[in-house]
Write a protein that binds this ligand. Sequence first.
Ligand code: CA
Length: 230
Amino acid sequence: MNGKLTILVIEDDKYISHFINISLKNENYNVIMASTAAEGLFLFSSHQPDILLLDLGLPDRDGTDLLREIRTFSDVPVLIVSARGQEKEKIAALDYGANDYITKPFHMGELLARIRVAERTLLKAQTDKGDDTFTCDWLMVDYVKRRVFVAENEIHLTPTEYKTLLLLIANRRKVLTHNFIIRQVWGYEGGDSKSVRVFMANLRRKLEKDTTHPRFILTEVGVGYRFADE
Ligand code: CA
């Protein structure tokens, strides 16, 4: 990737979009603004942005619905901008493959930090393909031999735990909802988030040094999990 990254912002609130536009340009991003879903979809196709910032409450169409359509043809990192009281929509958007979310009102510094995470995810995706191992701090996964080491000691994971760990690592830094994890690991819809919590607690006990302050498997309260590798 060379030159400036292009960020498409789909947001109908004039004050917020003006503020985002100025702040992102200050950070040397190339910024494209849209105030409706229709305009956003058009600009997405014509400009192929590197990152998408998507407001959920748009005048002409539901943001989650637009995201679902975009996900049928693009893996672009998507950062959801949601308002308070849009919990359901936010979780639906993460289910449909949004990477992360930020809730209004937010500080610009927080938004920029989330964008930098998305940016690193992009770079990672370009260099990541074909790795035989994953290493971070005391955790090492050997994809070829399907073995997992914690502080150089091999640990035993059940096939489901191993599958979950691979899912978390492949989607690291991204918020994964309970539903998403159930669908990917167990293959059905609408499972019980409580059983996911019990399952994750077990996985944490095997991987983490301090399960009350996890290093890798972070909880996103009321939403799901995020695997941290930074
Ligand atoms: Ca809005």
